[in-house]
Design a protein around this ligand. Structure first.
Ligand code: HEM
Length: 525
């Protein structure tokens, strides 16, 4: 009866053949696809920011697939066409304003800092991965974010960092011993990245939780691997489904599965280290560290979720960034004996050839401070920084950035801005920071959400590099099979430029102890 009413009596159904069904399905699919493309395109045109120029892109994907092999470099090149280096791109249907010049970035990120205090929400990272808590750097502005950031910053201010120096001393000594051993006193050429990665991971965990990592087999590797996976998910451009929502409907979504699994792995080790730290606090055997300083901060009144968020920030903030900056630096120094000589002479002038000085000697060697800054500038490991969102409407030179818009700081482009650094902006030249100690760089971002760990990062890099240069002459491998290592160019040699942090290529060096007896003494001291 019902079928009859619908005109679908059994005899009429008998005329439906498999091929006519197929045609109907194809027509339906075509109509739906055309409607989807039209609707998203209308929406895309509607949400474009009318006062900000930029390439239009294509329906559905916007400019996503035009970013090419190296997005930060593509955006830098595009930025040259626009006034003040500011323009919009569209990733899917999301407009994003990109800042590519130092002047514009400082005008807005510092000059109107409060208007850029927010962070955007991305589907994969915020909805799938961060189920319990998320790191400060990826969390939108709220009372809780404010509390966490303030507490983390005071745990990493100068006095805070000074209290972690014994850990930095101990762990950098372990690194130098390890490098000496692995290179068999300069006899063997090897890739130091693995040692750097393990040392920075150990140091980051130790400074956060106040105890060296337990020597469990595979633990260090598990942290390194999970954190690497996390930073792939955190990459602003890493997840197509963030910008093209229809992809989230795909039945087997590998991205979401990996995100959930990685979160589970991360929570396992973070909870374990927190429990062990709480036990030390109960016994009164804790040592000064970021978590203990945060817990003891009476004003902060942090709950467990806040503390977990701070731990996540310390671990993810300090790993990729530090490991890759130091690895780029070692490779670059191997190709630049002139810079090693200048740095070594400056260290010897300050501390003599028998000692590498104390860890609390902050301004002892100005050339080393300049070298650290030039490494940060030249390698710009977080090339697109971490995305921000406009907390309020922003006006800049006739451009209107509405509240809620996602904003990228192209730190890579700012750090190569010839208007500030001159025609040799591409050259690696630490002296530029000696000539002008107030010369800025964009590696830590700017303003209200700039890197909360920059003091700690500066101290760690200074101590790592000073000890390395004092201890060894770094020579590139001359072995026949390593002939490829002739450049260490942050532009052309960056591996996986879509990754959150710029990864240097593999390279091998020979580390020749400069004064073996003095080195033995400082390591045993
Ligand atoms: C070479 C080393 C480092 C570099 C280049 C670096 C760079 C950055 C950048 C670009 C940001 C985003 C800033 C912005 O949005 O404007 C950031 C945020 C942050 N970094 Fe670092 N970082 C480094 C080391 C560290 C270390 C060692 C820690 C702590 C252990 C740390 C903790 C943080 C935190 C907590 C944030 C989030 C700040 C916020 O959103 O309020 N960083 N970092």
């Amino acid at each position: 009866m019902l079928l009859d009413n619908l005109g679908l009596s059994l005899p009429s159904l008998a005329h439906v053949t498999p091929s006519s069904l197929l045609v109907s399905f194809a027509v339906l699919l075509l109509v739906t696809t055309v409607a989807y493309v039209l609707i998203t395109e209308l929406y895309r045109q509607k949400v474009r920011l009318p006062t900000i120029p930029g390439p239009t892109g294509y329906p559905i994907v916007g400019n996503f697939y035009q970013l090419g092999h190296d997005p930060a470099e593509t955006l830098r090149q595009w930025g040259k066409q626009y006034d003040h280096g500011v323009f919009q791109i569209m990733l899917g249907t999301m407009p994003i304003v990109v800042f590519n010049s130092m002047q514009a970035a400082r005008d807005v990120f510092i000059g109107q800092g409060h208007s850029l205090i927010d962070k955007p929400v991305f589907y994969t990272f915020h909805s799938v991965l961060s189920s319990v808590a998320s790191s400060i750097g990826t969390t939108p502005w709220s009372e809780s974010t404010k509390r966490r950031r303030k507490t983390a910053m005071s745990a990493m201010n100068r006095p805070g960092v000074a209290s972690y120096l014994p850990f930095i001393d101990e762990i950098t000594k372990s690194l130098i011993s390890d490098l000496w051993e692995r290179g068999e006193g300069g006899e063997i050429a090897f890739d130091p990245k693995n040692s750097i990665s393990k040392t920075v991971t150990d140091l980051t965990m130790t400074v956060n939780y106040g105890a060296r990592l337990p020597p469990d087999a595979g633990l260090l590797e598990e942290i390194i691997d999970a954190e690497d996976e996390l930073s792939r998910i955190k990459t602003p451009l890493g997840s197509t489904q963030d910008f093209i929502p229809i992809l989230r409907l795909l039945p087997f979504n590998k991205k979401s599965v990996t995100a959930r699994e990685t979160n589970r792995r991360r929570l396992a080790y973070l909870h374990r280290f927190s429990r062990e730290m709480e036990t030390r606090m109960e016994k009164g055997t804790e040592r000064p560290c970021i978590q203990v300083n945060c817990i003891k901060d009476d004003e902060a009144k942090l709950d467990q979720v806040d503390l977990l968020g701070i731990s996540m920030s310390m671990v993810s903030g300090g790993l990729d960034t530090m490991v890759n900056t130091i690895a780029w630096a070692v490779g670059t120094l191997a190709l630049r004996p002139d810079i090693q000589d200048k740095a070594y002479n400056a260290i010897v002038e300050a501390h003599g050839s028998e000692s590498w000085g104390n860890t609390d000697d902050e301004t002892g060697v100005p050339y080393m401070n300049a070298l650290v800054k030039e490494c940060l500038r030249s390698f710009s490991v977080l090339r697109l920084s971490l995305p921000r969102a406009a907390f309020k409407d922003i006006q800049y030179n006739g451009m209107h950035i509405p509240k809620g818009t996602t904003v990228f700081l192209n730190a890579w482009a700012c750090n190569r801005d010839e208007k500030l650094y001159g025609p040799d902006a591409d050259a690696f030249r630490p002296e530029r920071f000696l000539d002008d100690p107030d010369l800025p760089h964009a590696a830590y971002g700017f303003g209200t959400r700039m890197c909360a760990g920059f003091h700690l990062a500066n101290r760690q890099q200074y101590i790592f590099l000073l000890r390395l240069i004092w201890a060894f002459k770094i020579e590139k491998s001359l072995d026949a099979e390593d002939k490829g290592f002739t450049t260490m160019d942050p532009l052309g040699d960056s591996m996986e430029p879509w990754h959150l942090a710029a990864i240097p290529p593999s390279f091998k060096v020979r580390l020749i102890p400069r004064e073996p007896e003095a080195l033995k003494n400082v390591l045993s001291g």
